[in-house]
Design a protein around this ligand. Structure first.
Ligand code: BGP
Length: 487
């Protein structure tokens, strides 16, 4: 009996498969810099200033930013990953990364977005990056579009509100799938596809005209992206049947504020607002609830029969998602007056949970709940492609950075992730966000750091860009080498 007990314990310990994809996540627009090198065109992020206040104002309408000289643009140099990627990959390798999630910048490949031919110099950069990863046995996981639809497409077509972007995007995808055939297997079509409803300039390169019905524009643009994503899935599978093409959701379950059925209903509606996107990408059709949902928003979608067919026939292979927080909703307008905008997603304060310095709710159990919900709903492999704590790090006089708060956050989330796997979820991997410090998407700051690797640079753009290991570096290294047993 004793032996059986020990065996059972051992078995429960190793919950994660041997080939589990441990790694980290970054994105071109927040780390590469070199914003005009090798023929790159501009991305929306290249005209957005540093600092939360100015940035929020400019984010609301990229058009405003296009006409204003704000001075300091964090993406221009960023952490200069463009020139330093070999050095950084060496550090990722030292941590034992099995994969690295990064994105390709569309404007490096098609500077205007609608060019007929790709920019060879831009492709050469990604050739070198992907080859370097493979050389180090790190599997590249590629996001095709992470908040950087080329700015020229916004100027000329108004971003994703124009149907023609579907073809431009398909052309871009085809180039990538052909070029990286046999080298890249894991792809994601759009980062946080649901963000278009919250930060439309990032999600859809959208600017609004006076008097335009914003909801109508956002949902029609979302439809174009959903079709583009399905088309990419088609092209990707045709070019290489080994390709795993996924979607990517900004996830985080919405809880009801109380057990009042009206609150439950409000939370359900808020969840559907997010799942709507993945319902289409995963099940191949608009969900039945969307008819009433869109009607009540005053939205009428233009959808052709051909588009319906493409959506139906080319669903995704896996569900990638980011998880930072759960959220809280009430049906009571009085209660909802207390809602806080914790960056992109608004939420009430959950009295059972703590918050980060940026007011993001910290809820490790919510990760397990979210995993279970997504898996129950879609029954496709999941991939946690973002998770982490944005925090201010302090450098001690001896140069060390003791980020125990980050270790605690990640430990608790990995514990719950393992519980989710024990619950039966098929999970491909885990890539914490910003494994090396980079520019924050929401606030344009460097001081909101996520990394295991510190980068010497401040909010005004000063610093040597020198890399150094934080305490969490060796901690995560050990997590990976023990396959998540030692936390
Ligand atoms: C997600 C984005 C990332 C990243 C992260 C953290 O929404 O996909 O690009 O930035 O959030 O957000 P922030 O940088 O605002 O702290």
């Amino acid at each position: 009996l004793k032996d059986i007990n020990i065996n059972w314990r051992e078995k429960m310990k190793n919950t994660l498969p041997k080939d589990f994809l441990w790694g980290g996540a970054i994105a071109a627009n927040q780390c590469e810099g070199a914003y005009l090198e090798n023929g790159k065109g501009l991305s929306p992020v290249d005209i957005l200033p540093g600092g939360p206040k100015l940035r929020n104002e400019a984010l609301e309408d990229v058009k405003k930013a296009m006409n204003t000289d704000y001075g300091y643009y964090p993406s221009h140099i960023s952490i200069d990953f463009f020139h330093k990627f070999k050095e950084d990959i060496k550090l990722f390798k030292e941590m034992g990364f099995k994969c690295l999630r990064t994105s390709i910048c569309w404007a490096r490949i098609f500077p205007n977005g609608d060019n007929l031919e790709p920019n060879e110099e831009g492709l050469k950069f990604y050739d070198a990056l992907i080859d370097e990863l493979i050389k180090n046995n790190i599997e590249p996981v590629i996001t095709i579009n992470h908040f950087d639809t080329p700015l020229e497409l916004t100027k000329k077509y108004g971003g994703w509100k124009d149907k023609r972007l579907i073809d431009f995007y398909a052309r871009y995808c085809e180039v990538l799938f052909k070029r990286y055939k046999g080298k890249v297997k894991y792809w994601m079509t759009f980062n946080e596809i649901n963000i278009i409803l919250h930060i439309p300039s990032f999600g859809g390169g959208l600017v609004f005209e006076e008097g335009e019905n914003k909801k109508q524009v956002m949902y029609q643009s979302a439809h174009h992206q959903l079709v583009a994503s399905a088309l990419a899935t088609k092209i990707g599978h045709e070019i290489d049947s080994e390709n795993m093409i996924g979607c990517m959701l900004a996830a985080g379950t919405v809880y009801p504020n109380t057990c009042n059925p009206n609150d439950i209903l409000a939370a359900q509606a808020a969840n559907r607002e997010n799942y709507f996107f993945i319902d289409v990408q995963s099940k191949g059709e608009y969900p039945s609830y969307s008819k009433r949902m869109l009607e009540e928003l005053g939205v009428t979608l233009e959808i052709s029969e051909d588009e319906k067919k493409i959506l139906k026939e080319h669903t995704v292979d896996y569900i990638g998602f980011s998880y930072y927080s759960s959220r809280l909703r009430s049906a009571d307008p009085e209660v909802m007056k207390n809602i806080k905008d914790g960056n992109a997603f608004a939420s009430l304060t959950n009295p059972y949970l703590k918050e980060s310095e940026w007011g993001w709710t910290i809820d490790p159990t919510g990760l397990r709940i979210t995993m279970n919900e997504l898996y129950d709903r879609y029954n496709k492999p999941l991939f946690i492609v973002e998770n982490g704590l944005g925090a201010i790090d302090k450098i001690e006089t001896d140069g060390s950075i003791n980020d125990d708060y980050r270790i605690d956050y990640l430990r608790q989330h990995i514990e719950q992730m393992k519980e989710g796997v024990k619950d039966g979820v098929n999970l491909l991997g885990y890539t914490p966000w910003g494994c090396i410090d980079l520019v924050s998407a929401g606030t344009g700051q460097m001081s909101k750091r996520y990394g295991f690797i510190y980068v010497d640079k401040d909010d005004d753009g000063n610093g040597t860009l020198k890399r150094s290991k934080k305490k969490s570096f060796n901690w995560y290294k050990n997590v990976i080498s023990s396959n998540g047993d030692e936390l």
